[in-house]
Ligand binder design. Structure first.
Ligand SMILES: [Zn+2]
Length: 339
């Protein structure tokens, strides 16, 4: 999920800065001439889903009948129907959902390249059949990625469990991991979408990264995108690490790997909570270490949450507010002021 974006991002930053600025300006102008995309669109998942032997094979073929057991198409439609307009827009702008048989060691479960979503077949089968309220055991995190800084490895030897649950009761209408995966990838697609993010090369959370890199925080972290953990995590999680997370501006430990993952993680969690009523807790031996909804009330994460809300409301903004949004993003001011 990470490395391709980092490479892309660096390339955009250093090789194509001028060209991208021109393209962005042009697209912003063109975008302003056509009123925003309609909130209603037809995602055509059946036509977008295909299977390839390897990620970048030339051919990607329609799903064989044996895939029907997993109801991938239907689950995507369910997710689409319940999603807010901007997420639906993201779905509609997906050009292909490529299921890859021989995944190798590309990344965990999937990634986005342009408007294509690549997903490991085994991983997809797993999340398509998991119980709706079940989550993966996430016990190893590596970060920062795409950095020459010392790599931190967090290994959990304490059987921490993530428990998806409803914020206000009710039934699970989507499978948690399935929904989280696709909402996370769609967040990347919205983040890279030049139509709404005229600085897509550096993403919506680019100002937070710039703030760190430029040393406003008076530290020398270089490209590292991390601020709540100053040294490698000790072997094994402690409650203290989760209370740090609870008081931080990051949605998850994975968020700390880059501004792009930070945005995608927060976006997915926010949409799940607000539109699917899905909260989660992280527990260890019955002790509650983290509560998603509780963290969203923390003042430290409000700036980023506000950006997520703005992105979700983009299609309803007036033209003038869309321009303001783009200008603020470019200048790291207003909602995008990281200070
Ligand atoms: Zn990602």
């Amino acid at each position: 999920m990470l490395l391709p974006y980092f490479v892309y991002w660096v390339a955009v930053m250093f090789l194509n800065r001028v060209a991208c600025t021109l393209v962005a300006t042009l697209l912003a102008f063109l975008g302003s001439q056509v009123h925003s995309f309609a909130a209603i669109c037809e995602p055509n998942f059946t036509q977008k889903l295909c299977v390839a032997g390897h990620a970048y094979d030339r051919h990607c073929t329609p799903l064989p009948d044996s895939y029907s057991d997993y109801q991938i198409d239907r689950q995507l439609h369910d997710l689409f129907e319940l999603s807010p307009g901007m997420v639906q827009k993201g779905f509609c702008s997906v050009s292909e959902i490529r299921i890859v048989k021989n995944w190798g060691t590309i990344s965990h479960g999937g990634f986005v390249d342009g408007t294509r979503i690549f997903v490991d077949r085994d991983f997809l089968f797993q999340i398509a059949l998991m119980e709706p309220d079940r989550a993966f055991e996430r016990n190893t995190y590596y970060f920062p990625q795409g950095s020459d800084a010392e790599s931190f490895e967090l290994v959990d030897h304490h059987q921490v469990e993530k428990h998806p649950k409803h914020a206000f009761g009710g039934e699970f209408v989507v499978r948690y991991e399935f929904a989280h995966f696709f909402l996370h990838e769609l967040a990347h697609i919205l983040d890279f979408n030049w139509e709404i993010n005229t600085h897509a090369g550096v993403g919506y959370f680019g100002c937070f990264h710039a703030h760190q890199v430029l040393g406003y925080e008076n530290h020398t972290q270089g490209w590292r995108y991390i601020s709540i953990v100053s040294k490698p995590f000790p072997k094994g999680l402690t409650s203290e690490v989760y209370s740090q997370l609870l008081n931080s501006e990051f949605a998850s430990f994975y968020s700390m790997s880059s501004p792009r993952e930070d945005f995608a993680e927060l976006f997915a969690d926010y949409v799940l909570l607000q539109y699917f009523d899905v909260n989660y807790t992280i527990e260890k031996s019955g002790e509650e270490l983290f509560d998603r909804m509780l963290q969203f009330e923390n003042p430290n994460i409000q700036k980023k949450l506000n950006i997520v809300r703005l992105v979700l409301s983009w299609s309803e903004m007036t033209k003038q507010n869309q321009i303001q949004f783009a200008n603020d993003r470019g200048a790291c001011r207003g909602a995008f002021d990281p200070r």
